[in-house]
Design a protein around this ligand. Structure first.
Ligand SMILES: Cc1cc2nc3c(=O)[nH]c(=O)nc-3n(C[C@H](O)[C@H](O)[C@H](O)COP(=O)(O)OP(=O)(O)OC[C@H]3O[C@@H](n4cnc5c(N)ncnc54)[C@H](O)[C@@H]3O)c2cc1C
Length: 324
């Protein structure tokens, strides 16, 4: 019997959906193999998230609370995660593959003497370790990797699993943690978020993304109108980021953000593999493109062939009418 620990990520005072997806996966593995499932919350106010995490069924939840966690700094986060792992002694530690986790995973593996499988799209427990699939070559291929070690850390791409509640009466254990903020040699001066970003792109349930087919400010306004009516975050291909029409923070893809919404609307995007690498985990993909042979249609659940400048006003108007 193994012990599986899921570390929960908090952003802007909320538990990240991707963490709950990983916790759900760990719960399924624990149930199938008779393993123990635990969770850890490291936050300025870890107790505030207990109800959310309890709803996903861990048997024990470890909390580490300290004001230093108001903002991500890898030194205290590393110290806290090391403390939890040394206390709980898990065999497998699973994380959502967030920017913060990417920042600390390697160092944490060294600290706690574990193997690490970063940024996987699925994972299984096998005899003596973990086996995982990992997207490589801009997600064109999947590599099967495994780590056989007494302790394995694994970080999982957002959207790889579905978060499903299964409440259990978790025991809660606060891990004592002291940290001298004056000892920090690193400070975080500013977190730059997407301009005017009403909805956070990487956690959004709906994303409307614009490509080079959106040629000008008028096209951008059409995209914004559709995003507004759908309550969506706005994404972009690298082409329209480079042209300056959309901010770099909106870029989705290999060198941009990875998103996994329930609905992804690709407007005037060809579907280059480097873009697809960032959005192919979306559940429903709607592509609007005037070229019926555009590669994006290979990935789309629904395709609309036509001029986006004619389609978007009709679509937005109809959705506004239905919502009214
Ligand atoms: C190392 C590397 C990393 C990269 N990383 C990324 C990345 O992270 N993200 C990313 O997006 N790209 C990335 N790229 C760039 C990528 O290869 C493509 O060039 C880019 O994704 C193309 O963007 P696009 O689909 O908007 O533009 P295009 O390929 O030019 O496609 C525009 C599409 O719009 C359609 N269209 C035109 N007018 C209309 C209209 N009026 N109505 C409807 N449809 C219309 C066209 O038919 C076409 O399919 C990377 C490239 C490299 C080499």
């Amino acid at each position: 019997m193994a012990k599986i620990l899921t570390c929960i990520s908090i952003q802007d005072g909320k538990v990240r959906r991707s963490s709950l997806e990983v916790l759900t996966r760990c719960r399924q593995l624990a149930a199938a193999g008779g393993h123990t499932l635990e969770a850890a919350i490291v936050d300025a106010d870890a107790a505030a998230h207990l109800d959310t995490v309890k709803a996903y069924g861990p048997q024990t939840i470890y909390t580490v609370s300290h004001p230093v966690f108001r903002r991500h700094l890898n030194t205290p986060v590393l110290a806290a995660l090391t403390a939890v792992i040394e206390h709980a002694r898990p065999d497998v530690v699973a994380f959502a593959s967030t920017e913060a986790v990417k920042d600390v995973l390697g160092a944490l593996a060294v600290r706690v003497g574990a193997a690490a499988l970063p940024d996987v799209s699925s994972f299984e427990l096998v005899d003596g370790g973990v086996e995982a699939l990992r997207p490589v070559m801009a997600a064109k291929m999947l590599a099967r990797t495994e780590a056989r070690a007494p302790r394995v850390l694994v970080s999982v791409r957002s959207g790889s699993y579905t978060a499903e509640e299964a409440p259990a009466g978790a025991a809660v254990e606060a891990i004592p943690f002291t940290f001298d903020e004056a000892s920090l040699r690193q400070t975080l001066r500013e977190v730059v978020t997407a301009a005017g970003g009403a909805v956070d792109l990487s956690e959004a349930r709906v994303v409307v993304a614009a490509g080079r087919g959106v040629k000008d400010e008028a096209g951008k306004q059409l995209v914004e109108r559709l995003a507004g009516v759908l309550g969506a975050a706005i994404g972009a291909s690298r082409a329209v980021v480079e042209s300056g029409l959309f901010p770099a923070t909106a870029q989705i893809g290999q060198t941009g953000k990875v998103v996994s919404p329930d609905l992804y609307v690709a407007v005037g995007i060809s579907g280059a593999i480097q873009h697809v690498a960032g959005m192919q985990n979306s559940r429903v993909i709607v592509a609007i493109n005037k070229d019926p042979d555009a590669p994006i249609f290979k990935y789309a659940t629904y395709g609309i062939v036509g001029d986006l400048y004619k389609i978007l006003p009709v679509l937005a108007e109809e959705l506004e009418r239905v919502k009214a």
